[in-house]
Design a protein around this ligand. Structure first.
Ligand code: ACO
Length: 334
């Protein structure tokens, strides 16, 4: 079977209007702007309103991506929604996005739970359906309302996260799959480290009860220093594998977009990969960690401000809950 190139036909993103600054957080927990900036690089993040759920953010980003692609929701064959903060456990957020976009029913729709690697994992999955010719258009929309699982009494985590969504429409291109669109992807799982970053209660292992609620076990818990060590080691390794799978070397990469979790992790990984600062796309200062949506939001920002040029090779790298790791090289806009 000959495979088709999977290309990005359009992208879009959405972040809520409300800004939560480090100074605002100083009023909530015992922290300082100086600590947050020096340990994470984050200055501010966006917070969804009480009546905005993850699917609402996803629908806004999806509409922007459809408009960018010049397509309608009825052109889609599949809505794939990477998220760790679904509106409900079920129905899936992807089902809600399909309905919210007013799309037809003759399509697949499901969520994908791979933490902060969400957008990268999502592109990799979409690519399979497009490459084989099974589908013609897949909407990958990574969306998170992380502030809905944030423990606002835990200063070691509540300063890190923000809300937002990023979407891409993946379609089939002409020519060689090794030369266009989503070229080389690698996804990995380190389940043995899953306990380092979790929501302890609310699942079948530990249904939420009054004690769990009192201990904020329905919120995100993280062993920050251990996650930091894993990320600094794993991100360059998976990035190098994806670059090799794309048949390239580091010097062929024009732009790098890593999961926007922490500027120190991004800087350390860039040094290990020998990528100069001017080739790094970074916006963690403005949006904090938006989990699976972060790479998509940064990609959209760089596209819309004119940094990305046709033919540019872009490396996306994700790491997060699972523990999941993933990286992919895409050639922009050919
Ligand atoms: N303000 C002030 N002090 C703080 C804060 C805060 N917000 N948070 C922690 N501290 C204190 C701690 O209490 C500790 O004090 P102590 O020494 O008196 O006990 C001190 O700062 C150092 O704490 P550490 O946790 O060791 O701080 P570290 O330098 O490791 O930074 C951080 C913490 C930023 C969380 C870092 O570990 C990190 O970035 N880890 C990776 C997190 C990450 O990337 N997660 C995302 C991946 S997955 C996903 O995106 C969902």
């Amino acid at each position: 079977m000959s495979l088709k190139p999977a290309v990005i036909a359009g992208i879009g993103s959405y972040v809520p209007e409300r800004v939560l600054s480090n100074e605002d957080l100083e009023q909530i927990v015992d922290t300082t702007d100086e600590w947050i900036v020096s340990h994470t690089g984050i200055k501010e993040r966006r917070i969804a309103s009480d009546d905005q759920a993850t699917s609402d953010l996803a629908i806004e980003a999806s509409r922007a991506a459809l408009e960018d692609a010049g397509m309608s929701a009825d052109d889609l064959d599949f809505v794939l929604c990477p998220t760790v903060t679904p509106d409900h456990l079920f129905p899936s957020t992807a089902n809600l996005v399909q309905a919210g976009l007013g799309a037809h029913n003759d399509m697949a729709a499901f969520d994908l739970l791979s933490g902060c690697t969400g957008f990268v994992y999502g592109l990799h999955v979409a690519r399979q359906f497009i490459a084989t010719g099974e589908m013609e258009a897949v909407l990958v929309v990574a969306s998170e309302k992380l502030t809905s699982i944030t423990d606002w009494t835990d200063r070691s985590t509540c300063v890190l996260f923000g809300d937002g969504a990023g979407a891409a429409i993946v379609t089939a291109g002409e020519g060689e799959p090794s030369e266009k669109g989503l070229i080389g992807f690698v996804v990995e799982s380190y389940g043995e480290h899953g306990h380092l970053l979790d929501v302890p209660a609310g699942g079948s292992r530990r249904p939420l009860d009054a004690e769990g609620l009192a201990n904020h076990e329905n919120c995100l818990h993280m062993n920050g220093p251990e996650v930091f060590k894993l990320a600094v080691r794993g991100v360059p390794e998976v990035a190098e594998k994806a670059i090799a799978r794309a048949g390239m070397t580091n010097s062929d990469i024009d732009w790098v977009i890593m999961h926007q979790a922490n500027l120190r992790i991004i800087d350390a990984a860039a040094r290990r990969l020998d990528i100069p600062d001017e080739r790094m796309i970074v916006n963690v200062q403005k949006f904090g960690n938006t989990s699976g949506a972060s790479t998509a939001i940064a990609l959209d920002e760089a596209y819309r401000d004119g940094r990305l040029q046709p033919g540019d090779n872009i490396l996306l790298v994700g790491f997060g809950a699972g523990f999941s790791l993933g990286a992919g090289v895409l050639r922009w806009g050919l």
